[in-house]
Ligand binder design. Structure first.
Ligand code: ADP
Ligand code: MG
Length: 489
């Protein structure tokens, strides 16, 4: 067992540890969601690095247990990637504030990592800009290089839903036959936290695992830019270009950051052309439809029409529920049904946030020794999405009803007489009358300025149908229940 003094006597060890750990954090940040990253990785303090063993300090035994249980693979993979095979991570657990009592745990990385993901243990590999990849390409072309694929992202654990169906199908086709489909480039676009990075990396992981491609690299457009600038400064632009142009699959994430960076775009444009010409696969993502990308070269944008552009939409309720189920199962936790529905009903914007809530919930439950109930979930969500107990509004009802029937929300206020919309509109009016104190006139106004008699008609029509049709009645009660779960009623 080492002493704390030991640590302080080797400042250079500490410096190295800090560099190595920040390189690790770069990778970990991509592998876990923001919330987990903040909760579980930011508090870790690197202490020293000695003969391939990185020692870090964690705040408590609980913290250590949590990391071991939930992030063992991520940490192992990262440490091996950054320090090479045979590296080890040692935890220093602070057992009390005064550091009177210390403890060490040694964690050894998994011995057999696929060659392609091994990271050269040379000191220059500690830069976070990925200059090592460049370095490797000049020296050991054809040999292993860092693909920056996170093994966590696979097709198997990507939940299908209406919102991502096309993108997923296209991704799968591309992974099975890189460069050989008409989906080249494959461009995936959509808001943040909806699964673009996951899907793109799944292509790479799948293609490698199934022998469909050998040289695959995942790079964000920012990193590509930084490396490009580095390459110019160090006069290694041809190394840089030939490295990226040697790929079977080039995956570039978040190309919106290429905006306005003309020189980088120019280089990327030529890389794109060269790869495309020899039948190599390009996979790109963006946070908006390509035609809305300002500051991107038209030449480049026109290339996207050679392939397929597909969006990913925010997940609908069913998909959100399926994701929560899957993620909690993966964590070995049996989440009660009402808790799943409660979270899924409240956290609607993206999947990263959904994961964040789940993690907070598990952390709170284990920290406070509380059972996982809707009550606890409500407490957690108060922090994450604000107070969920606000009084019910007509907007909330509209949103919930539209979500339930899976129809676009604006249509409920529009003129359309399509049967399914009329049905949803009537249910929403009924619930607005039932659950809020709004007058018929006010309710009518919220539905595209309809007359109060329309609201009365809707109300009666829903009541009649509920009496006659059990399934209809069940639907309405389900929506009511959901509103109750929202904490609004
Ligand atoms: P984006 O790149 O679009 O911002 P990410 O790919 O980083 O989003 O996804 C955010 C988080 O949500 C990741 O942890 C990812 O694994 C998870 N995720 C996204 N979509 C799905 C899905 N369909 N099934 C399972 N997990 C998903
Ligand atoms: Mg992303």
């Amino acid at each position: 067992m080492a002493e704390i003094d030991d640590v302080q006597q080797h400042p250079s060890d500490t410096e190295q540890a800090t560099r190595v750990w920040s390189a690790c954090l770069e990778i970990i940040r991509e592998s876990v969601n923001t919330q987990s990253f903040k909760t579980w990785f930011e508090p870790i303090v690197p202490l020293h690095l000695r003969s391939g063993t990185l020692t870090v300090q964690v705040p408590s035994q609980f913290f250590y247990d949590w990391l071991e249980e939930h992030y063992y693979m991520v940490i192992n993979t990262t440490i091996t990637n950054v320090l090479g095979k045979g590296a080890a991570l040692e935890y220093f657990v602070r057992t009390d504030e005064l550091q009177m009592d210390t403890e060490y745990h040694v964690m050894l990385p998994t011995p057999t990592r696929p060659e392609r993901r091994s990271y050269p243990p040379q000191p220059e590999s500690f830069t976070s800009t990925g200059a090592h990849a460049l370095h490797r390409s000049t020296e050991t072309r054809g040999e292993s290089f860092q693909s920056f694929l996170n093994p966590r992202y696979t097709f198997d654990n990507f939940i299908k839903g209406d919102s991502n169906q096309l993108a997923r199908a296209a991704a799968s086709a591309v992974a099975n036959n890189p460069g050989g489909t008409s989906f080249n480039p494959l461009v995936i676009y959509g808001g943040t936290g909806l699964g673009k990075t996951h899907l793109m990396q799944a292509i790479g992981n799948y293609a490698i695992a199934h022998g469909k491609a050998k040289r695959v690299i995942y790079v964000s457009s920012e990193k590509f830019t930084v490396e490009f600038v580095d390459a110019i400064q160090s006069d290694r632009i041809s190394d840089f270009s030939s490295f990226y142009r040697s790929m079977d699959i080039l995956i570039v994430d978040d190309i919106q950051f290429f905006s306005g960076k003309e020189k980088t775009q120019d280089n990327f444009f030529h890389t794109f052309n060269e790869l495309h010409q020899i039948g190599k696969q390009l996979v790109l993502s963006s946070d908006r439809p390509p035609k809305e990308l300002k500051g991107l070269d038209d030449r480049l944008l026109s290339r996207f029409q050679w392939g397929l552009t597909s969006d990913i939409q925010p997940p609908d309720l069913e998909t959100r529920i399926a994701i929560l189920r899957k993620k909690s199962e993966d964590d070995g936790i049996d989440l009660p049904r009402d808790v799943v529905e409660f979270i899924a009903a409240n956290v609607t914007s993206n999947i990263r946030e959904l994961e964040g809530c789940l993690i907070s919930l598990l952390a709170r439950s284990s920290l406070e020794g509380r059972e996982i109930t809707v009550e606890l979930a409500r407490d957690v969500l108060k922090v994450v999405v604000g107070d969920v107990k606000s009084p019910i509004t007509i907007e909330t009802i509209q949103r919930t009803v539209c979500d339930y029937f899976n129809i676009p929300e604006d249509l409920i206020r529009a003129k359309t007489r399509k049967q399914e919309i009329v049905n949803a509109r009537q249910v929403a009016m009924y619930l607005a009358k039932e659950l809020t104190n709004s007058s018929l006139k006010t309710i009518g106004l919220h539905f595209g300025g309809r007359d109060h008699s329309t609201v009365i008609h809707a109300y009666q029509s829903v009541e009649d149908q509920m009496r006659l049709d059990q399934k209809y009645q069940a639907n309405v009660s389900q929506i009511k229940r959901r509103l109750q779960l929202l904490g609004h009623v």
